[in-house]
Ligand binder design. Structure first.
Ligand code: PAF
Length: 289
């Protein structure tokens, strides 16, 4: 296939046909396949996912696609960091990814593509409320990737916790044969969740950013000790503003499986938040208890 550029620094497929040719060879050899979907700008968080994928499968395919349908009209699609050569070099250095699938927009959305996948309910809450259409874009592209690769396992970070639940639901609803694996959030030494969007933060904003995780941890400890979840969520929002965040979309304690309000302490809980530091929107979440 012409799109294979050899194994230096890593094999790349740019078309679905090329991807399937490679997957076909792997499958003939009896390999178990893992997929790690990414939008590139790879950092330690992504590399953690790839390393984890390699413990679950014989062959790891990493997809790199900045998906236009998950960006709102006023979001950062055009300026989202893109550096395929650097991403390929990082994967090659890591040594446990076997194929980079880097399709064009036309390849992923042939002829404009009319079909969309949405996950109503789960996809309408929280991020879905503040970023209308976001989860339809995510579910559509992840659904396509899962159908293209048909991996045994696909690996997603818990950093995008609601996304992980939406993807699990879509795999279940579409009877896809893939196990959806969540991996705990990779963090900087000061607790800030690793994210490609951290690159947008000024030095002053970067110094404030760890407050997000610290405040979420305090809320999680408080509710685990029996304090009122709504009051602690309100406290968390006020604390973020006091720490220097420009605005807060939500700090909320939810059922970790359904994202409904967390009312039953016997059920697993999750504290989730989204807030803006300058113009950069950060999200994070931590488990209760
Ligand atoms: O988490 C991401 O990077 C993206 O939402 C994903 C899952 C690769 C879909 O574009």
């Amino acid at each position: 296939m012409t799109e294979f550029v050899g194994t230096e620094p890593i094999a790349i497929a740019r078309s679905v046909a090329g991807l399937r040719a490679c997957l076909g060879d792997w499958r003939c050899g009896g390999a178990r396949v893992a997929l790690v979907p990414t939008m590139g700008a790879l950092h330690e968080g992504h590399l953690t996912l790839v390393r984890h994928a390699a413990t679950l499968a014989d062959r790891v395919c990493v997809s790199l696609f900045v998906n236009p349908t998950q960006f709102g009209p006023n979001e950062d699609y055009t300026i989202y960091p893109r550096n395929e050569a650097a991403d390929a070099a990082k994967l090659a250095e890591l040594g446990c990814a076997h194929l980079l699938f880097a399709p064009s927009v036309e390849e992923m959305y042939p002829d404009g593509a009319m079909t969309r996948i949405s996950v109503p309910g789960l996809g309408d809450l929280l991020e879905g409320e503040f970023r209308p259409g976001f989860f339809t874009g995510v579910a559509t592209v992840v659904g396509k990737l899962l159908v293209q690769v048909l991996p045994d396992v696909a690996v997603f970070g818990e950093k995008d916790y609601q996304q992980l639940l939406v993807v699990r639901r879509l795999a279940l609803d579409l009877c896809l044969p893939t196990v959806i694996e969540g991996v705990p959030t990779a963090r900087e030494a000061d607790g800030l969740a690793r994210s490609s969007r951290n690159a947008y933060l000024s030095a002053e904003e970067r110094a404030i950013a760890p407050a997000l995780n610290q405040i979420l941890q305090t809320v999680a400890r408080g509710v685990a000790a029996g304090s009122d979840a709504i009051e602690l969520g309100d406290w968390g929002e006020a604390e973020l503003l006091r720490a220097g965040f420009a605005s807060v979309d939500y700090v909320t304690v939810r059922d970790a499986e359904t994202l409904a309000s967390w009312q039953d302490p016997a059920r697993p809980g999750r504290v989730l938040a989204a807030a803006r530091l300058g113009t950069t929107r950060l999200i994070d979440n931590v488990p209760v208890g």
